[in-house]
Design a protein around this ligand. Structure first.
Ligand SMILES: [Ca+2]
Ligand SMILES: [Ca+2]
Length: 156
């Protein structure tokens, strides 16, 4: 039997264990990377939902010269949004300001609204995961550190 044949007989147990360990490490790295991609994808979806709700609210306003007003998050926005989405991870309603009365900046009743989604990523880069929101209100849509206010707590 030649020397080459001896070498090619197969893997040793140590070699197999090393290969398995390396595969395990690579799989962990891939899963971590995918996890980040999935949270970013959910955040993108949340921002998209906020923008669509804002569009529905503006169309509602165009027709009625007032925003839909309700003490809690609406389930629909006229004919413009048949079903207002919930958070895709928690299935909770998005944060909504009771806008049945005057607004936090003294806006007349029915002339303001605010809805916000809590984001999972640290989009403002301050290493705090508790202060990242995407929010739409009667001043427009944006990333912000503040959840929608209760009707008198904070300016829009
Ligand atoms: Ca943050
Ligand atoms: Ca968060």
């Amino acid at each position: 039997m030649s020397k080459l044949n001896k070498i090619k007989k197969g893997f040793t147990l140590i070699e197999l264990l090393v290969v398995i360990a390396i595969i395990g490490i690579l799989a962990t790295l891939v899963l971590v990377a995918l996890g980040g991609a999935r949270t970013r994808a959910r955040d993108a979806r949340r921002s998209s939902n906020m923008n669509q709700i804002a569009l529905a609210m503006e169309m509602y306003y165009d027709e009625d010269q007032k925003y839909l007003d309700t003490s809690s998050v609406p389930t629909s926005i006229g004919t413009y949004m048949v079903s207002v989405p919930k958070d895709l991870l928690t299935d909770n309603n998005y944060a909504w300001s009771n806008n049945t009365g005057a607004g936090p900046n003294g806006e007349a009743g029915l002339q303001w609204y605010c809805i916000s989604a809590e984001l999972e990523e640290d989009v403002n880069g301050d290493n705090n995961l508790d202060n990242d929101y995407f929010r739409c209100d009667s001043n427009g849509c944006r990333e912000t550190t503040n959840v929608c206010p209760s009707s008198t707590a904070e300016s829009l």
